[in-house]
Design a protein around this ligand. Structure first.
Ligand code: NAP
Length: 283
């Protein structure tokens, strides 16, 4: 029987535990985790993501603020804003919602965030720490997937993992985390030859490409664990993943649905990172 990996339920369970840990941190050390999110412009999808992050931070008992700035803000003004939050000890996590308008250099902005407050884990210092086997701040989406493997007792050691997608926020850090967990990892991308045949060798298949229902059962070995990171709209405008869920669920041993799989875990892991950053300031 196929196990449906319920990211929504796991995220809710972790959020509850987080609220308890946060209350304890406040009582014992007088420290309240603080998360500030900077939103540039009015991109509708970004507004939804930011609102969800704010809600989750508030539910955990954090100090939380969304700083909304006009799309016309200059790069220098944005860098100044970040510098102010870097200096202020009441903020443990600083997040700049991407994408940014074209006149702002994204790399410069990510570099401006104090690595100790970079709860997205996108700063090169944090990426380097992850790749050298000393992770501190790690990207939330793959971190949430690792949490799901733990929760569902999915063995990674010695398994063959294929990650389709090589973005800095999902594919690459996912591959590194799987490697750290002693899987044998292959990273595939848009130039990979014979992708379906390669994917079919995987015991653990993680798909993060952004193509609706792209991975059919021809890509999946019987009994494989399939993690679908994709968030797309199908031809009817319905939210769907990168994996053709119904047919793949017939042969996978475990699979994440979309919605209700990877997505809810991403925000919860962001809150965990903020909490951990706050804890580090009292140790
Ligand atoms: P991205 O930066 O656009 O990267 C996509 C990756 O997929 C690239 O490495 C690309 O290869 C590869 N790719 C594209 N088409 C392919 C194909 N036909 N065959 C093989 N590889 C292909 O995307 P991302 O930010 O990693 O996000 C991927 C998906 O996950 C999106 O749907 C996004 O919305 C979703 N997402 C969800 C969450 C969540 O919390 N649930 C979080 C982040 C992202 P090249 O490098 O060769 O171009």
């Amino acid at each position: 029987m196929t196990t449906i990996i319920d990211g929504k339920a796991l995220a809710a369970k972790m959020q509850g535990a987080l609220a308890e840990k946060t209350a304890q941190l406040k009582a014992e050390h007088g420290v309240t985790p603080g998360l500030v999110v900077i939103l540039v412009g009015e991109d509708p999808a970004s507004q939804v993501y930011v609102r969800n992050k704010e809600r989750s931070a508030q539910a955990a008992g954090f100090k939380s603020e969304v700083v909304r700035v006009a799309e016309t803000i200059t790069e220098a003004e944005l860098l100044d804003l970040i510098a102010g939050f870097n200096q202020d000890p009441s903020w443990h996590g600083i997040l700049v919602q991407l994408p940014l308008p074209d006149h702002i250099n994204e790399e410069k902005v990510l570099l401006a965030i104090d690595p100790a407050k970079d709860v997205d884990g996108f700063h090169p210092t944090n990426m380097g720490k992850l790749w050298s086997g000393h992770p501190v701040m790690i990207p939330s989406t793959p971190a949430g997937i690792m949490q799901m493997f733990t929760e569902y007792d999915i063995e990674l050691k010695g398994k063959k993992a294929v990650v389709i997608g090589r973005s800095n926020i999902v594919g690459k850090p996912m591959a590194q985390m799987l490697l750290d967990a002693h899987a044998t990892v292959t990273i595939a991308h848009s130039r990979t030859q014979n992708l379906a045949a390669l994917a079919k060798t995987a015991d653990i298949l993680v798909v993060a490409i952004g193509r609706a229902n792209f991975v059919t059962k021809d890509f999946v070995k019987d009994g494989a664990v399939v993690i679908d990171v994709g968030m797309n709209r199908d031809e009817n405008g319905k939210l769907c993943g990168d994996v053709a869920y119904a047919e793949v669920a017939e042969i996978a041993s475990a699979i994440t649905p979309v919605p209700g799989g990877v997505g809810p875990m991403t925000i919860t892991m962001l809150m965990e990172q903020t909490y951990n950053a706050a804890v580090r300031t009292v140790k």
